[in-house]
Ligand binder design. Structure first.
Ligand SMILES: CC(C)(COP(=O)(O)OP(=O)(O)OC[C@H]1O[C@@H](n2cnc3c(N)ncnc32)[C@H](O)[C@@H]1OP(=O)(O)O)[C@@H](O)C(=O)NCCC(=O)NCCS
Length: 428
């Protein structure tokens, strides 16, 4: 039973409806607040603002719960594949075998890129940031699919756009890497799994096929599952925001890539490796590093620590940590950064500053070590995140349109100058 809420201001009392979600989250519906009272709410950073209702992903940050369409991330990580989880996120149910076959065939069929996109890749400088290339090339896909620039979110045209984006994002990522290391495009191999094909396009040589190690293929697939959706984070909200203007899906997800790039969001996985390398190569004592991260006069942060939503632990970090050792063992790698990461985690978890602020390792803390061991260059880490997040972005875009949402247009409280007169430049 939902009870209504009341807001009292300037002697007037306004009743506001409440909405209770399926996990008993309570939201106060303020859609009529301005019309009825003239007031708006102020919530920079949106920490208290529900921007939508959603059936896709549920997070309980206090308990460390993450579920896609009701299935726990722990169970999906253990039993599912990225393709199956992507179908689940997009369609709301686990696929039957035939549904999964159709979905995977559709994605496999779209793995190639138009030959003339080669000239686009050639046009980027060799050291171009892969996230910039990814965002540009997702938008460029719109140029090659002008008949698909609709906001249809059901039916064959939509399914085709979904297949194109989920499939080609991985080809674009691999191609941008090859361009940066001076290697030619490696065509996809439809016989391989989604993640196996990605590894092949990244690392196969013209006359020497990359030997896919099952533990590595499984780890990449797991990485994609863990990143597949995370409800209304910065990049997903961006995709929804851009899509709310009825921009097409290619452009909407390209904008999502831009939002993901920042070090406070997807860019943190690369920042973690930079931090660990800094500690390792400069022999910095961990206690000194932690002290710097606590110092408010210092910009240093413990990268890979803290989360806006998770306040006990990030379940994805727990799952990933268990897999890092397995992959390093399969690849026979002994990475000193892993030892530093484990020690750093212990130092921080026993430090009052981090404990009292509920700062725990997030998914980015261990994912960098995993990707580095597999041979993914650090500047591609966030691209890997983007590949994994594609089903979530698309699903949120679709849900937003299916709810016929108005264009997103927040308001502000203006704090600038009041009206003043213009003075000619000679009098200033
Ligand atoms: C993720 C993050 C952006 C969340 O930000 P947020 O919800 O706005 O949290 P806040 O910045 O309000 O943090 C609360 C307090 O913890 C501190 N804090 C948060 N993360 C910290 C970190 N990684 N290192 C040191 N202090 C940190 C803040 O300075 C603040 O301290 P204060 O209360 O004394 O002012 C933030 O924790 C962060 O920058 N982490 C490092 C980057 C990262 O790993 N990002 C990946 C997210 S998946």
């Amino acid at each position: 039973m939902s009870e209504n809420a009341f807001i009292e201001y300037d002697g007037k009392r306004q009743e506001l409806e409440t909405m209770i979600g399926s996990e008993n989250e309570v939201g106060v519906d303020i859609t009529q607040l301005r019309a009825k009272t003239g007031m708006i709410t102020l919530d920079p950073g949106y920490g208290n603002t529900g921007s939508c209702t959603s059936d896709i992903t549920y997070i309980d940050g206090d308990k460390g719960i993450l579920r896609y369409r009701g299935y726990s991330i722990e169970e999906l990580a253990q039993k599912s594949t990225f393709m199956e989880s992507a179908f689940l996120i997009l369609n709301g149910h686990l696929p039957s075998q035939s549904e999964l076959d159709v979905f995977e065939r559709g994605i496999s069929a779209e793995a190639g890129l138009h030959h003339s996109m080669n000239s686009h890749f050639d046009g980027f400088p060799a050291d171009a940031p892969p996230m910039a290339i990814l965002s540009s090339m997702l938008n460029t896909l719109a140029c090659y699919n002008t008949e698909l620039l609709t906001t249809e979110h059901e039916g064959e045209a939509f399914d085709l756009v979904v297949s194109k984006i989920i499939s080609k994002v991985r080809t674009i990522a691999a191609w941008s890497y090859r361009t940066s290391v001076g290697q030619a495009y490696m065509p996809p191999n439809p016989k391989l799994s989604y993640s196996g094909n990605f590894l092949h396009m990244m690392f196969s040589k013209p006359f020497e096929e990359y030997k896919i190690i099952p533990e590595v293929e499984a780890a990449i697939d797991l990485f994609f599952i863990l990143h597949a959706d995370h409800e209304q984070n910065c990049s997903t909200s961006t995709v929804r925001m851009v899509g709310s203007s009825r921009a097409n899906l290619f452009s909407s997800v390209a904008a999502g890539v831009g939002a993901l790039w920042g070090p406070l969001h997807g860019g943190a996985n690369a920042a973690v490796i930079d931090m660990l390398e800094d500690i390792h190569s400069n022999g910095i004592a961990l206690s000194d590093y932690v002290d710097a991260a606590k110092d408010k006069n210092n910009d240093t942060k413990l990268m890979g620590f803290g989360h806006r939503v998770y306040k006990s632990f990030d379940p994805r970090a727990k799952i990933l940590k268990g897999h890092v050792d397995r992959v390093l063992e399969a690849l026979d790698i002994d990475d000193p950064l892993l030892d530093i990461a484990k020690e750093l985690e212990q130092v921080a978890l026993n430090d009052e500053y981090f404990v009292s602020r509920n700062l725990y390792p997030n998914v980015d803390f261990y994912s960098g070590i995993l990707l580095r061991a597999i041979g993914i260059p650090v500047n591609m880490f966030t691209v890997m995140f983007a590949i994994g997040r594609m089903p979530g972005w698309i699903s949120n875009w679709r849900e937003m349109l299916s709810q016929n949402q108005r264009i997103c247009r927040p308001r502000q409280v203006y704090t600038g100058e009041n009206l003043r007169s213009y003075t000619p430049v000679s009098e200033r």
